[in-house]
Design a binder for this molecule. Structure first.
Ligand SMILES: *[C@@H]1O[C@H](CO)[C@@H](O)[C@H](O)[C@H]1NC(C)=O
Length: 510
């Protein structure tokens, strides 16, 4: 049995190499022109990409020696209320009042995997919706969003925490989960638990959610929304579908899923990879002559993605390497730009500096407050990233129409200066999606998204579907436009996103 398995893996890799070789031959002239031929494609290139997409993979993956850890046996979910050190809390506010929780959940469908999460009760009202946030990567911790985007606080250089005026906990009971397992403070002690696809990811999230609402039955009737960014453009539709199927099958606790939102996500790779050169040309990142050249790669990429489909394996890996030459080609010409925000330079190897988060989460006082024992913090896991590569080029748009038909809302939003998951590619797949309201959605006109009397973005909606292009923002919209992002969350969850007030009409006329 083990023998045949090895053989199988071997012959599959061979197939993979052959398909790569075929592609290399076909595209070599283009690559020569792009002066990429010397980059020993694909291995060096792959490593480079991993560095690019993983912000700082210091640790490979959060694997612990089982004998070293005895955080918990039973029960399956262990949660504690905590207060972060260095957080100034108004006098008279107890840890109980604060409503900040951290916990571990032992995943039932695993040999030994524990999922870490934060839960911040709303600063406004316990009746606010429950919102879960998923950071992408794949393999990056959701704490990146917690501390740099939409969490309750920000970290100062001296490690003091300051309340974020625009934290999403001002309008929701907010969950951050470290997943897929092996990311952040989530850990495994058996490598067989590493996830490779959206089934694994969405089942773990669903199991966690069930356990969470058992722990917090007082929130189970609240509206529930799934949100996230970047590679979560894959996780979110899969997770929403999993929840919806669970509800339909009357499995466990009914989860009051009302909608899902994807920020600068990767959802429909065929459309989004084709949009790279158009976006880069429109934004002046590349010239027309380079555009024509790189576009020669597009048909091969489209074919490769078609072969990958929704559940290919080797074909999906191959399409990843094939299609990535498009992005690689643009970046080779663009110079030192930050592909998360083309207005900026990539500073250091990470493009952004998130080192305060690492410093903060490795402080003993913080780790004691969270109850994470001796578990390391892995901000972005290379192993999780590589394990999910096979999933990367699969099309996750296919499950969305069924959710829309059942009245579950989708908001796709995108900061206009992001290249890697740019607004153009996102807008195109949202428009191309076939569902009963497609015609009306396509025909509906754009309206300004007005915050404080200023146009913060351009919005298009019909029925349960919305698309918002956010001005003056890159990949991480809540980091760049915190106020507009909170306003977006408030209006969307309340169902008032497309309502245009008189003052907004005035702005539109101006
Ligand atoms: C930390 O820095 C902030 C400014 O960024 C300052 O307001 C605060 O007083 C400092 N805290 C300590 C303990 O030094």
């Amino acid at each position: 049995m083990p023998k045949s398995k090895f053989l199988c893996v071997f012959s599959l890799s061979l197939l993979f190499l052959v398909s790569l070789a075929c592609f290399s031959a076909a595209a070599s002239s283009v690559l020569d022109d792009l002066r990429l031929a010397g980059s020993s494609f694909p291995s060096v290139h792959t490593k480079k990409l991993i560095r690019e997409l993983n912000l700082f993979p210091k640790e490979e993956v959060n694997v612990v020696d089982g004998s070293r850890v005895s955080l918990m046996e039973d029960p399956k979910l262990v949660e504690k209320r905590f207060k972060f050190p260095n957080l100034a809390v108004p006098a008279g506010i107890s840890v109980e009042d604060l409503g900040h929780h951290a916990g571990y959940y032992k995943l039932p469908n695993s040999h030994d995997a524990r999922m870490f999460y934060f839960f911040f009760e709303s600063r406004n009202s316990k009746m606010d919706p429950v919102v879960i946030w998923l950071t992408g990567g794949p393999g990056c911790s959701s704490e990146l969003a917690l501390f740099y985007e939409n969490g309750p606080f920000t970290i100062a250089d001296n490690m003091s925490l300051f309340w974020n005026e625009y934290g999403w906990d001002k309008a929701s009971n907010l969950l951050y989960v470290d997943q897929p397992i092996g990311t952040g403070f989530s850990y495994i002690s058996d490598r067989r638990d590493i996830r490779h696809n959206e089934d694994g990811v969405s089942n773990d999230l669903y199991d966690f959610l069930q356990a969470f609402f058992v722990e917090h039955p007082e929130f189970a009737n609240n509206d529930f929304f799934i949100t996230g960014e970047s590679y979560a453009g894959h996780y979110i539709p899969a997770f929403a579908t999993r929840v919806h199927l669970g509800n339909k099958a009357k499995d466990g606790i009914h989860i009051n899923l009302k909608g899902f939102a994807i920020g600068n996500g990767l959802t429909d790779p065929a459309i989004q990879y084709k949009a790279y050169t158009d976006y880069a040309l429109d934004m002046g990142v590349i010239k027309k002559i380079d555009y024509d050249l790189i576009n020669k790669l597009v048909p091969v990429c489209e074919l490769a993605i078609k072969l990958c489909g929704t559940d290919g394996t080797i074909s999906c890996m191959a399409s990843y390497f094939v299609c990535d030459t498009i992005f690689g080609g643009i970046m080779a010409l663009a110079g030192n730009i930050n592909y998360y925000d083309i207005r900026k330079k990539c500073e250091g190897s990470l493009c952004y500096d998130f080192s305060n988060m690492e410093k903060f989460l490795n402080k003993k006082s913080v780790r004691d407050a969270l109850g994470v024992g001796n578990i390391d913090f892995v901000s972005c896991s290379t192993t999780v990233y590589l394990a999910m590569l096979v999933d990367c080029m699969r099309n996750l748009e296919v499950g969305i129409p069924a959710l829309l038909e059942d009245g579950i809302k989708l908001l796709v939003y995108a900061g206009e200066y992001d290249l890697i998951c740019n607004w153009l590619g996102n807008s195109r797949w949202v428009h191309a999606m076939e569902w009963s309201g497609q015609k009306e959605f396509v025909a509906s006109s754009e309206v300004p998204f007005v915050v404080d009397g200023l146009e913060a973005g351009v919005l298009k909606t019909h029925g349960p579907l919305g698309f918002l292009k956010v001005h003056d923002a890159g990949h991480m919209v809540p980091m760049d436009q915190p106020k507009a992002a909170l306003e977006m969350l408030k209006r969307w969850t309340k169902g008032t996103l497309s309502e245009v007030s008189d003052s907004e009409k005035l702005v539109a006329e101006m």
